[in-house]
Design a protein around this ligand. Structure first.
Ligand code: FAD
Length: 417
């Protein structure tokens, strides 16, 4: 079958790779000169099933009033008159209810664990290199209340197959000695040894090369304007200069930009951009820099070791498609990383970046068919696109091939909204 994949981020490239392996003729279209240059470029690097709890959860609900309007809050809704933002915000609040949030977390965890298994196979088969660290992910907490809550979530996730353990502060420092200087500020942690980290951009780039070797055509520097459709079928992808490309099947993997493209075709996809920042900083003292990837619950930042660099990432800003870098918010991300790991990096060498997470109100991606019989969605991976990327790609390749995916995708469709 001829398949067009819209978007060459981690999701589109993974989809294209598995489609080609299944024997399809695949073309990927993207407006950037190379794969992986938008949200998949400089993210937190964590491949973190342990992060499956969505942002829309009961704890967010009680913290939100204090965060609203505070410019340095971990979640910042810049509320203004944007109907898409308000619709998203209300749906987000509805998903903060305990039972709903728990069910969403279960779905996200299912896909994250599947993706972890697929990633293991892919690495064994191809030897793909991306500054991977297979040392687990350690979440650290500063208050007893936050730690107790996290321990309850970890217990829930353990029952669903995630390997996690609760640790006291000393045990956290044993797992990652570079936390030593922050020891007194830490109450305890949750460690997930099966999680890992690595450079999503390098991975996307390398996987695109493997996909190209398997016959995938990449049409880069090509902006998609709209989908042409008739009745219950997409009939082509319209690009600049009146050019139209056609295929038997189309997969939409445009990250945050999936929503406006689909809206023009009459599909209401509640994916809203949540801007986050990262700082990539050269390591100057290898023995004082972490190798275990860390999540700091208090500041909501993550720190991952990528070779001789540290990637510090976090915060979320809801302000439409604005992807400009706000110096004070980017600086706050770096400062939070420096508080945890002082004296191991060259702060003057920090490279700042901002990207738009394609967030759904329930924290679960949108994967599956649409009212157009030949259009499949693989988008809305929000905070976990790197974690869920290869699993989502393989599952969608199965859907296109008419096979049942190996992971249960019940509840991932657009029909849930
Ligand atoms: C600060 C930050 C930290 C993060 N940390 C983590 C983490 O630690 N772990 C994790 O799992 N996830 C993390 N994420 C989330 C993860 O990066 C995203 O979920 C993932 O990159 C989304 O991938 P994607 O392929 O859907 O989108 P993208 O990578 O944005 O790809 C979409 C592609 O579509 C193309 N495109 C869009 N519109 C058009 C158009 N009209 N025409 C042509 N091409 C178009 C773009 O050029 C782009 O290449 C983080 C995100 C951010 C912002």
């Amino acid at each position: 079958m001829k398949v067009i994949v819209l978007g060459a981020g981690i999701i589109g490239v993974s989809t294209a790779y598995y489609l080609a392996r299944a024997g399809h003729r695949v073309t990927v279209i993207d407006r950037q000169p190379e794969p992986g240059l938008e949200t998949s470029f400089a993210n937190g690097g964590q491949i973190s099933a342990s992060h499956a709890e969505p942002w829309s959860n009961p704890a967010t609900l009680w913290k939100l009033p204090g965060w609203l309007g505070r410019r340095n809050a971990p979640l910042w809704f810049r509320l203004h008159w944007d109907p898409a933002m308000w619709r998203f915000f209300l749906r987000f609040l509805a998903n903060c209810r305990g039972a709903v949030s728990r069910a969403n977390a279960e779905k996200a965890l299912r896909l994250a664990l599947y993706s972890r298994a697929v990633m293991g196979e892919l690495r064994a088969e191809t030897g793909i290199a991306f500054d991977a660290q297979d040392r687990g992910i350690l979440h650290v907490y500063r208050s007893a209340r936050a730690l107790d809550r996290a321990a309850a979530t970890a217990e829930h996730f353990r029952g669903l197959g995630l390997d996690t353990q609760a640790l006291n502060a000393d045990a956290c420092v044993q797992i990652e000695p570079a936390l030593g200087s922050a020891r007194d500020t830490i109450r305890g942690g949750i460690f997930s040894p099966g999680d890992s980290s690595g450079d999503a951009y390098v991975f996307t780039h390398e996987l695109a090369q493997l996909a190209a070797d398997a016959g995938v055509e990449f049409r880069m520097d090509t902006k998609i304007l709209r989908l042409a459709h008739m009745g219950d079928r997409v009939t082509g992808v319209m690009m600049h200069g009146g050019i139209m490309m056609t295929a038997d099947r189309y997969v939409c993997a445009l990250g945050s930009y999936s929503a406006p493209l689909l809206a023009a075709a009459g599909i209401d996809l509640p994916v809203y951009p949540a801007k986050g920042y990262s700082a990539t900083v050269p390591v100057t003292a290898s023995n004082r820099a972490p190798v275990v990837s860390i999540t700091d619950d208090d500041t909501k930042i993550v720190v991952s070791r990528l070779g001789n660099r540290l990637r510090i990432a976090g915060t979320a800003e809801f302000n439409g498609f604005d992807d400009s870098i706000n110096d004070s918010r980017a600086g706050a991300v770096l400062a939070a990383g420096l508080r945890l790991f002082p004296d191991c990096m060259d702060r003057d060498g920090a490279e700042f970046w901002a990207g738009l997470r394609p967030l759904t109100p329930d924290g679960v991606p949108v994967i599956g068919p649409t009212r157009f019989r030949n259009l499949i969605l693989n988008t809305g991976h929000g905070t976990l696109g790197w974690t869920m990327g290869v699993g989502s790609g393989r599952a969608v390749a199965d859907l296109v091939s008419g096979k049942a995916p190996e992971v249960d995708l019940t509840g991932f469709g657009i029909d849930r909204f």
